[in-house]
Design a protein around this ligand. Structure first.
Ligand SMILES: Nc1ncnc2c1ncn2[C@@H]1O[C@H](COP(=O)(O)OP(=O)(O)OP(=O)(O)O)[C@@H](O)[C@H]1O
Length: 119
C-alpha cells in the first residue's frame, strides 16, 4: 500500500513538473477548465460529458508524453541532431493531432448547443 502511495506521489510530481515547466500545459489546463464550465452550463448529458472528458484528458496526456520526450532528448544531447528534432517534432505533432480532435469534438458537441442559445 505504501509502495502504491509512493508511486502515485511520483506520478503527481510528473504532472506538477509538466504544469510548472510547460507553457502549453498551462494553456491546456485553462482551456479545459473553461470547457468543463461551459459544458456544465449547457447541461450536457452524461454520455457527451464523458466524450468531453476523454478528449480533454487525451490532450493533457499527449502533452505529458511530449514533455517526457523533450526531457529525454535534452538529457541525451543538447547538440542539434536530426533525430533529436524528429523526436521532438513527432511529440509535438501528437499533441497537435489531439488538439485537432478536441476542436472537432467541440464543434460537434458544444457548438450546436451554444448556437441554440442564440436562436
Ligand atoms: N537537439 C535538437 N536538435 C535538433 N532540433 C531540435 C533540438 N531541440 C529542439 N529542436 C527543434 O526545436 C523545436 C523546439 O524544441 P524545444 O525543445 O524548444 O521544444 P518546445 O516545443 O519549444 O518545447 P517547450 O514547450 O518546452 O518550449 C523542436 O520541435 C525541434 O524541431
Amino acid at each position: 500500500m505504501l509502495k502504491f502511495a509512493r508511486a502515485v506521489g511520483w506520478a503527481v510530481a510528473g504532472v506538477r513538473y509538466a504544469v510548472k515547466t510547460q507553457r502549453n500545459m498551462k494553456i491546456h489546463l485553462v482551456v479545459a477548465v473553461l470547457v468543463v464550465v461551459i459544458c456544465l452550463f449547457l447541461g450536457m448529458p452524461p454520455a457527451e460529458l464523458a466524450i468531453m472528458s476523454l478528449t480533454i484528458f487525451l490532450v493533457l496526456t499527449a502533452e505529458m508524453f511530449n514533455t517526457a520526450i523533450e526531457a529525454v532528448v535534452d538529457l541525451f544531447t543538447l547538440n542539434r541532431h536530426p533525430l533529436a528534432r524528429a523526436a521532438k517534432d513527432v511529440g509535438a505533432g501528437a499533441v497537435l493531432l489531439t488538439a485537432i480532435n478536441a476542436l472537432v469534438v467541440a464543434y460537434l458537441l458544444i457548438w450546436p448547443r451554444l448556437a441554440g442559445l442564440f436562436r
